[in-house]
Design a protein around this ligand. Structure first.
Ligand code: ADP
Ligand code: MG
Length: 247
């Protein structure tokens, strides 16, 4: 069953056409790796799903509700309800620097869902335990390594109980020795059947964890398929050229 349906998505910045008729579906429990050269529109596509960008045409349907239909957005209240089904993790973590780790986790559910202090305390400590950072609950982000910051950002997204998690190059800002701990947390989420779209340059992760790889180039999806198929037998010259540079 499709949990995300994207059809004919178009996005331009001024005269620059960044996304050209993007169409794809995400099924429940899919782990989709989005790969492609810098500037191909991967972030714009992901940000459009989370309504961090408004698109110029096409439709995005999230578990049965249109975030945008034929380029037309519903009222703000409805948009909020739909985007609440998704959590996003960014390359640069985007933690609140003036809040502790635990406060970072608790802020959104406290403000948005008016969750009780007892429930917040219980769930935030459970999630911090899950990512191995319960002992850093009172630390401020600047005291953490990049890998720890990104694990906190993932836990913070999980606090809102999203149906879908979107990751935009979650390990690209990390020193190589810190990427493993973040990929491990993501792998565990995949094993727990979390639906995920991951923009990544980590081909090993894509091969091992994703059930579908989407290759984007120049604002288009060139091809997509199971990693075993796409990596070993790419159908298009553009995919071959990209993979030969990346694998
Ligand atoms: P990717 O994530 O694949 O590197 P992006 O989605 O970030 O690609 O960018 C796609 C294209 O859109 C690039 O040419 C980029 O320069 C352009 N772009 C992205 N954001 C903006 C913006 N806010 N204003 C103008 N151009 C943008
Ligand atoms: Mg990007």
């Amino acid at each position: 069953m499709a949990i995300i349906e994207v059809s004919n998505l178009k996005k331009s910045y001024g005269t620059l056409e960044v996304l050209k008729q993007i169409t794809f579906n995400v099924n429940k429990n899919d782990v989709i790796a989005v790969i492609g050269p810098s500037g191909s529109g991967k972030s714009t596509m992901l940000r459009s799903l989370a309504h961090l960008e408004e698109i110029n045409g096409g439709s995005i349907c999230i578990s049965g509700d249109y975030l945008v239909k034929d380029g037309v957005y519903p009222r703000q209240q409805e948009i909020k309800q739909i985007t609440a089904k998704m959590g996003m993790v960014f390359q640069h973590f985007n933690l609140f620097p003036h809040l502790t780790v635990k406060q970072n986790l608790e802020l959104a559910p406290k403000l948005v869902k008016k969750e009780s202090p007892a429930s917040l305390e219980k769930r935030s400590m459970e999630l911090l335990t899950k990512i191995g950072l319960a002992d850093r609950a009172s630390a401020y982000p600047n005291k953490l390594s990049g890998g720890q910051k990104q694990r906190v950002a993932i836990a913070r997204a999980l606090m809102m109980n999203p149906e879908i998690l979107l990751f935009d190059e979650p390990t690209s800002a990390l020193d190589p020795e810190l990427t493993g701990e973040v990929l491990q947390v993501m792998k565990e989420l995949a094993e727990e059947q979390m639906t995920m779209i991951v923009v990544t340059h980590e081909m090993g992760f894509a091969k091992e964890v994703a059930n579908k790889v989407v290759f984007m180039d120049n604002g288009e999806i060139v091809e997509s398929g199971h990693p075993d198929e796409l990596f070993s037998n790419p159908q298009f010259e553009r995919t071959k050229a990209f993979l030969s540079r990346s694998l």
